[in-house]
Ligand binder design. Structure first.
Ligand code: DGP
Length: 122
């Protein structure tokens, strides 16, 4: 599958669609999810054009992979939900049809600020 340059996160990265930004650096952009599932619901996306985690792990550079992982930790510390300065959170990346992925640009959901409950609902 080819990366769709018109997906909503590509538009956010290009500044064509606004977002409520939390953090940005060379490798990642983080912003609040438009329909939060818990008190805190942030998204972290790589700046490169990757459809999902499998695409990223196959094609991203070491620097991009490191940048995304570091970016996630930076954001969770900034939001005071990390295991270092808060009570924890759940990181989720939905992949493909069975994973329920809606936006075809790799993203991690960081959900916390309260107990997020069971990992998977029936
Ligand atoms: P997923 O199902 O994993 O692909 O999650 C996509 C998420 O993206 C979903 O929780 C809602 C969020 N989302 C969709 N469109 C927008 C948008 O325009 N702005 C923001 N901030 N979030 C969006």
């Amino acid at each position: 599958m080819k990366y769709d340059d018109n997906n909503i996160f590509a538009k956010i990265l290009r500044g064509e669609v606004p977002c409520d930004k939390i953090y940005e650096d060379e490798y990642v952009l983080s912003f609040y999810d438009v329909s939060p599932q818990r008190k805190i619901h942030a998204l972290v996306i790589p700046k490169g054009q990757y459809i999902d985690l499998d695409d990223f792990n196959e094609n991203a550079s070491k620097e991009e992979i490191h940048g995304l992982m570091k970016g996630i930790s930076t954001v969770t510390k900034k939001l005071n939900i990390s295991s270092k300065n808060g009570k924890g959170y759940r990181a989720i990346s939905n992949i493909g049809e069975n994973g329920g992925q809606e936006v075809p640009h790799l993203h991690f959901h960081l959900i916390g600020g309260e107990n997020v409950g069971k990992m998977v609902q029936k």
